[in-house]
Ligand binder design. Structure first.
Ligand code: SF4
Length: 139
């Protein structure tokens, strides 16, 4: 994934005075602290899902067969960016003054429990989760 999708051009997004200062988290993402709502950014550390719920399109981005009767649920898999890549993104945000972020992975709770090297690093280093959904982090 690091080679296929190597990163974001955060500096090209519109801003007022500092990068990402036009983006705000939901109130509860920032523990109801208005000062922490911006700058704000979101990231995926993985794409896809190992499950195949009939109503869900999440695995369309993993679809490798465009046959008529192949659906999202036929393309169940997860792909990950490396721990090094994710930490580089987090450092970039930190350098930009971003202290509230969202990790938008669809299966982050499962990832923590099982398969994601990045999640294991977060847990082993004692990183703090907010009281929001499990995939919301603050630094
Ligand atoms: S992301 Fe959620 S709804 Fe979609 S296939 Fe996975 S478990 Fe089902």
């Amino acid at each position: 994934m690091d080679l296929d999708l190597p990163g974001y051009a955060w500096d090209l997004l519109p801003y007022l005075e500092h990068p990402l200062d036009l983006y705000r988290s939901h109130v509860w993402h920032a523990n109801s602290n208005e000062q922490k709502r911006t700058p704000y950014a979101a990231i995926y550390t993985s794409l896809g899902c190992i499950y195949g719920c009939e109503f869900c399109m999440i695995n369309n981005l993993n679809r490798a067969d465009n046959s008529v009767h192949v659906s999202s649920r036929d393309s169940r898999l997860m792909r990950f960016w490396s721990v090094k890549w994710v930490l580089k993104q987090l450092q970039q945000w930190y350098d930009m003054g971003v202290t509230t972020i969202r990790i938008s992975d669809k299966m982050f709770l499962l990832i923590i429990a099982t398969i994601c090297p990045f999640a294991r690093v977060l847990l082993s280093e004692g990183s703090i989760f907010t009281c929001g959904p499990i995939h919301e982090l603050t630094r």
